[in-house]
Design a binder for this molecule. Structure first.
Ligand SMILES: NC(=O)c1ccc[n+]([C@@H]2O[C@H](COP(=O)([O-])OP(=O)(O)OC[C@H]3O[C@@H](n4cnc5c(N)ncnc54)[C@H](OP(=O)(O)O)[C@@H]3O)[C@@H](O)[C@H]2O)c1
Length: 267
């Protein structure tokens, strides 16, 4: 069987380098191109310390896409992600998106292009299996409990807010309904920002402080009882590797935009 040809944008970064190691170790994949501006011209193995990994690093997606990857993984930064994704789709690749910060409007545009070119895009705010389970449990809870809010915690230098995980969870819960508010936001006494941002029908609060890595609470409240679903990540990028590899293997079976790893998992 031919190996899947993969390009990783952001392959020298925290998340991209862990994924690149996973691809290098996988028998069914070949890492044909990597993208990083500061390491262009080197091999990926030199930069992330893997002997025998000779994948070339390119400065731009345009150059990297000349290697004709089957799957393009976007793991860079929000400001360049949409451009990368659209370029990859137009060059014929399927796309896995790990980068956070893209808006629903960005995704609507990406879906249109993906449908046009008959390619799949699998966008996953968090590839960790335990987060996928939190999403499923939260969806179950929202069917029975009409009041909920999300709190997203992260280290102080995380620029995007809310996190990709929080955005994706709010997006999923919006398919079930809008979280009920007893006091509408325009009737709040005091600064209404203290009630968080309303994101697709959910109040979302982002805390950015030293001492936190990445965690999220989905809180469901009922009279005299509450359910708190909490996910906490450690400090390595290891939890994201297996989920991202699964997404890479499965995205070629999709057409158009699909959000969440559970789109390709059996429950
Ligand atoms: N979905 C998930 O499960 C998951 C998990 C972890 C992280 N993330 C998200 O993934 C993204 C990357 O996170 P990270 O922590 O790995 O970041 P990081 O360590 O800062 O790495 C960013 C990578 O992207 C490259 N890059 C940045 N801007 C670029 C540009 N304009 N053109 C080309 N390459 C560019 C960087 O290389 P150069 O600077 O050399 O260009 C580097 O290789 C973030 O949005 C993060 O929130 C998602």
């Amino acid at each position: 069987m031919d190996k899947l040809k993969i390009c990783v944008a952001g392959a020298t970064g925290w998340a991209g380098s862990a994924l690149s190691r996973g691809i290098f170790d996988a028998d069914d994949m070949e890492l044909v191109a990597a993208i990083s501006r500061s390491h262009a011209g080197k091999t990926l193995g030199e930069v992330i310390g893997i002997q025998g990994l000779t994948t070339p690093i390119f400065e731009t997606a345009e150059e990297a896409l000349k290697t004709s990857p089957d799957v393009f993984v976007e793991y860079t930064k929000q400001d360049v992600a949409k451009f990368h994704i659209l370029s990859a789709l137009r060059s014929g690749a399927h796309v896995v998106v790990g980068t956070s910060g893209l808006s629903n409007e960005d995704y609507a545009e990406i879906n249109e292009v993906a449908q046009d070119v008959r390619r799949g895009v699998l966008a996953v705010g968090n590839f960790a299996l335990t987060v996928v389970l939190l999403q499923k449990f939260a969806e179950m809870a929202a069917k029975y409990i009409p009041h909920w809010e999300i709190i997203d915690y992260a280290h102080p230098d995380k620029k995007d807010a809310p996190s990709g995980t929080a955005r994706e969870l709010a997006n999923r819960l919006s398919r079930i309904g809008e979280a009920r508010l007893e006091v509408p936001l325009d009737q709040i006494e005091g600064p209404k920002e203290t009630r968080g941002a309303r994101l697709q029908g959910t109040q979302v609060h982002s805390v950015r402080l030293p001492g936190y890595v990445i965690s999220i609470d989905a809180i469901f409240g009922m009279p005299d009882q509450k359910l708190i679903l909490r996910h906490e990540s450690g400090s390595s990028a290891e939890p994201y590797v297996n989920g991202a590899l699964l997404a890479v293997r499965e995205v070629g079976k999709l057409v158009g935009l699909h959000r969440g790893l559970d789109s390709v998992m059996k429950f």
